[in-house]
Design a protein around this ligand. Structure first.
Ligand code: NAP
Length: 476
């Protein structure tokens, strides 16, 4: 019998509701997967997001039908507080603060899963007849992963928000201590699976998980932070999936597994983009050393230009590649860059955008910004594709990008950026860099590109400078 027929004919309303919930969860899971797939292309991403949200609406609505709900008032209170906080954050948080926001959300996800596991442990303590080995194992896994995710994400948030140093914090025998704590947590979990009536040990396990989260993230710093954020995102998914096993809730298992898997895939992609292994990111303590190469910046001359000079250079070019970076986001110059691109195109100049996978402060940051200004997707080139073009490019216009163009990444073994693939901007026939000063970028190191004889520095806010260049070209 089809589930719908079963629903109509079932005489037992409890069974009918359980069936309806399962069916809705199945539809929600399919919507999550379709939505996620559509997020992989900028063309379909908006619809994918809406489809995923619809899946979540269905999943939440079905969960509200659950017979085990005793009172709705707490759910309603949580709903009101959560919605208010969500709306406020969505409106107030700037695009440049998105990584911190994601860190917070990961942390809350981990905390929610851990709290569910703690509540279920308490329930099992009082009701020995409800104990099942699979549920007990899931409770321990949820507390461990959820606890690590919570405090790890809070440290990541504090680092990115500059509430504490963003550099790596290391001390002797750090790795040994981390491994010892992890081993202790696993041993205590195993002990509790065999012997559940040990609330003190459960409290110790929870504390160890929280401490481990802090210790695992403090030795990570600098440019490795985005990798850690996506790894913590994956952990929050795994904690959610484990909580799904605790509650026997299929949609939580599926959605948690989707977040866990996509987070780990993103982590891998970012590690590859920075040419670092995950082990190296987690245990390599990048950023512990201070600004390599920053000394002497003031003594070396650079060539400076004015907007009118850049307008002339662009006017004579046949091909121009825009290289956007974090400064473009700070200046909110995406519309101005689009305006300049349109103007150049009208004059028959070929225009492309070079997108580095870790430009800006979050994965896909440049794509999102440029999409906001309606830059056509086919003008956006990924690193490997555009790097083949720079030799034939007349002007590379670097707009608030720094680390992703730093040639030290290729040659200087002492540089923290060494090994990270960069945009080969220095291969272009001429280079213009728009930034406000000689200050370094995220990694805190000097950029040799600025001293290249082909490079001209246009000092100023990216938006103001682009508007000025557009004005000069329009007047010409
Ligand atoms: P970057 O190396 O951080 O450099 C940005 C540059 O923009 C700075 O040198 C700054 O110089 C300039 N700038 C800031 N405000 C500006 C404004 N209003 N107008 C003009 N210029 C402005 O940026 P990036 O080249 O995009 O590299 C990204 C870095 O962030 C990498 O090291 C990456 O690993 C790291 N990171 C990436 C992510 C991610 O997921 N994408 C997340 C976290 C960290 P002035 O101050 O002189 O203007």
């Amino acid at each position: 019998m089809a589930p719908v027929d079963a629903l109509q004919t079932s005489a037992d309303p409890t069974r009918a509701i359980a069936l309806l919930i399962s069916l809705t969860y199945l539809i929600a899971a399919v919507l999550f997967i379709v939505g996620l797939k559509m997020l992989s292309s900028p063309r379909t991403a908006r619809r994918g997001n809406a489809i995923g949200a619809l899946g979540m609406l269905l999943a939440i609505s079905a969960t509200l039908l659950d017979q085990e709900i005793i009172a709705f008032r707490w759910i309603l209170l949580g709903f009101v507080i959560g919605t208010a906080a969500g709306v406020w954050l969505a409106l107030a948080v700037k695009m440049t603060a998105m990584p911190q926001m994601v860190a917070l959300l990961n942390g809350f996800g981990g905390a929610a899963s851990a709290i569910v596991a703690i509540a279920e442990y308490h329930k099992l303590l009082l009701a020995p007849d409800l104990r099942a080995t699979d549920v007990v194992i899931s409770i321990m896994a949820t507390v461990l992963i959820g606890g690590v995710t919570f405090t790890g994400s809070m440290i990541a948030f504090a680092k990115l928000q500059e509430l504490m140093t963003g550099r790596a914090i290391t001390f002797p025998a750090q790795k040994t201590l981390n491994f010892a704590l992890l081993a202790a947590a696993v041993a205590l979990s195993a002990w509790l699976v065999v012997n559940l009536d040990q609330p003190t040990i459960f409290v110790v396990l929870t504390i160890i998980s929280l401490v481990l989260g802090v210790l695992l993230v403090i030795p990570i710093g600098g440019a490795d932070m985005p990798v850690v954020i996506s790894l913590l995102n994956s952990y929050s998914g795994m904690a959610g999936a484990a909580a799904g096993f605790v509650l026997h809730n299929n949609v939580l298992i599926i959605s948690g597994a989707l977040v866990g898997a996509s987070g780990i895939i993103l982590t891998q992609i970012m590690c590859r983009a920075m040419n670092r292994s995950l082990t190296n990111v987690l245990f390599g303590a990048f950023g512990a050393t201070s600004t390599v190469g920053a000394a002497g910046a003031a003594d070396r001359p650079v060539r400076t230009v004015r907007p009118e000079d850049v307008a002339v250079m662009l006017g004579y070019a046949q091909s121009v590649v825009f290289v956007p970076g974090y400064g473009l986001a700070v200046a909110q110059a995406q519309h101005s860059v689009k305006e300049l691109a349109s103007l150049l195109e009208k004059r028959g100049i070929d225009v492309k955008y070079a997108i580095h996978p870790v430009a800006g402060r979050m994965p896909g940051h440049m794509n999102v910004l440029l999409a906001e200004a309606d830059v056509p997707y086919d003008q956006l080139y990924e690193m490997d594709d555009i790097n083949r073009e720079f030799d034939r490019t007349d002007v590379a216009l670097v707009i608030g990008a720094n680390d992703v163009t730093n040639p030290a990444a290729r040659t200087d073994k002492t540089s923290p950026l060494y090994g990270m693939p960069i945009l080969n901007v220095d291969h272009a026939k001429s280079i213009v860099v728009i930034k406000r000063s000689m200050n370094p970028g995220f990694a805190g190191i000097e950029n040799e590109l600025y001293y290249n004889e082909k490079t001209a520095m246009l000092f100023g806010d990216a938006k103001k400078m682009l508007v000025a260049v557009v004005g000069e070209i329009s007047r010409a």
